[in-house]
Design a protein around this ligand. Structure first.
Ligand code: GLU
Length: 467
């Protein structure tokens, strides 16, 4: 039997990193087994749907390598397009006596059971109600026995059927609920394995009962534990940065994110290196090796991965990857101020230092802005007593120096010796005067790239500000 898995997001306007991990695990299972990855957009909540949210999903998937052009990819299917089948499934269960109509209000149930949060008491089971506006359709769960859910991550759990209430599968207006629509779609799409987040765990025994009642063999389940932040709280969009798009927009490389997400709760058995391409991880992937523990989304580790991926690029690929930050609208300088040749000279120096591409602007802005950025904290850190003497001496020695990093170093050395400062201390005022910052690219190469005239002008401006 061909393995068929699915990724079934409800469009929300952003792509959660947890969803990205689920998608990748499904993708790895499908590709490794020569099976299919079905994309199903669960778009029945019409009020909350926008067409661009759907494109957002497909483009986010493409970003992490899940391409519609790959033979393993199938879909997208739209849950809203399968409404007839959902109603058909409801009708089938009713006709088979596995579901019944119910007109009880919550208040009536509470009055009968005496408990506000008690499950449904089965009052309408034998009333033989037909459909009428306002009557919900309830699935009649078996009185005896148990539902055995096999989960490839959590093992098998037996749920006593007695403890599963007669749950609603279609609303009073006739529209089927998520529990049923989701199963009917999985049935129609011949899904063999459901790999999803553990927030759906409590739905699983109910859904397995629906599969069986509809006359089909239920899929194998695998529920992924939640992803937590450093305080062990579930990652939430109100508290944490969770949108894949935000990470990409900050300058995380998709390959690095994919590598990191694949290892979030899973590790290859071959104990090979952590940083490795997706294809190698896919070849090792087995959903039953995914941990039962919650997975910590460690941004520091993701950053470290990203830095490694940045350094592994060849320098022209690095420059291309930086482009979104080098040009309008994201660049802090105007379009005509940017000089690709000047950038090319410092690109290798920046590449070995940054861990997120968006950091590039802070490293090179001194080259393309008319004035260095103003950062008062950096200014007071760099302009300690004696700074003006150092700047005056540097202005002199730099005026006559050959304009090349080594000669610039000697000129700064000579200025430092003249004012009696160690080279480290002597560099700080020059760096702040020229770049506006206390950290950055190596100073001599920076000055070389900036040019003598601009360097001297900035030193003069800084001296004027000090005076
Ligand atoms: N649409 C559901 C969600 O986004 C997924 C349902 C499922 O995977 O079974 O949570």
């Amino acid at each position: 039997m061909t393995t068929r898995v699915r990724f079934a997001p409800s469009p929300t306007g952003m792509f959660h990193v947890g969803g990205a991990r689920s998608a990748l695990f499904n993708w790895a299972v499908a590709r490794r087994s020569g099976g299919r990855f079905v994309l199903r957009i669960e778009d029945t909540d019409q009020a909350r749907n926008k067409p661009e949210w759907v494109t957002g999903i497909t483009s986010a998937l493409a970003m992490i390598g899940i391409s519609e052009a790959d033979p393993a990819f199938e879909g997208p299917y739209f849950q809203s397009a399968n409404a007839d089948a959902h109603r058909g499934a409801a009708a089938q269960l009713f006709a088979a006596g596995r579901a019944y109509y119910c007109d009880c209000t919550r208040e009536l149930v509470t009055a009968r059971t005496g408990k506000p949060d008690a499950g449904y008491d089965g009052h309408c089971r034998e009333r033989g109600l037909e459909y009428a506006e306002g009557r919900a359709l309830r699935f009649q769960t078996p009185d005896d026995g148990e539902t055995l859910v096999s989960d490839r991550i959590r093992g098998a759990t037996a749920f006593p059927n007695r403890a599963i209430e007669d749950f609603v599968i279609a609303r009073g207006d006739g529209t089927p609920l998520f529990l049923l629509a989701n199963v009917a779609d999985d049935v129609d799409e011949h899904i063999t394995e459901v790999i999803r987040g553990e927030e759906h765990l409590s739905n699983t025994p109910k859904q397995q009962l629906l599969w069986e009642a509809l006359g089909h063999t239920p899929p194998v389940w695998a529920h992924l534990r939640v992803i937590v932040n450093e305080k062990r709280q579930k990652l939430s969009k109100r508290r944490d940065k969770v949108a894949l798009e935000d990470y990409i927009a900050e300058g995380y490389l998709p390959d690095a994110v994919v590598n990191y997400l694949m290892l979030l709760g899973w590790g290859p058995r071959d104990n090979g290196p952590e940083i490795r391409p997706y294809a190698e991880l896919e070849a090792e992937f087995d959903i039953s090796d995914v941990t039962k523990a919650s997975a910590f989304f460690d941004v520091a580790k993701l950053k470290a991965f990203n830095g490694e991926y940045i350094r592994a690029l060849d320098v022209s690929a690095f420059s291309t990857a930086c482009e979104p930050w080098l040009y309008a609208p994201r660049s802090p300088w105007s379009e005509d101020a940017f000089d690709p040749e000047v950038f090319a000279r410092v690109a290798p120096l920046a590449q070995s230092r940054i861990v997120v591409l968006g950091e590039i602007t802070a490293y090179v802005d001194f080259l393309f802005l008319d004035e260095p950025v103003t950062d008062e904290a950096a200014w007071s850190k760099g302009m300690k007593p004696g700074a003006d003497d150092m700047l005056a001496a540097a202005a002199k020695t730099l005026t006559g120096a050959a304009w090349q990093a080594e000669a610039i170093r000697s000129a700064i050395d000579a200025a430092a010796a003249e004012v009696g400062l160690k080279l480290g201390k002597a560099q700080a005022p020059v760096r702040v005067a020229v770049t506006g910052r206390t950290v950055g690219l190596p100073l001599f190469e920076s000055l070389e790239a900036l040019g003598r005239e601009r360097t001297l002008a900035r030193i003069e401006a800084a001296r004027a500000k000090l005076a």
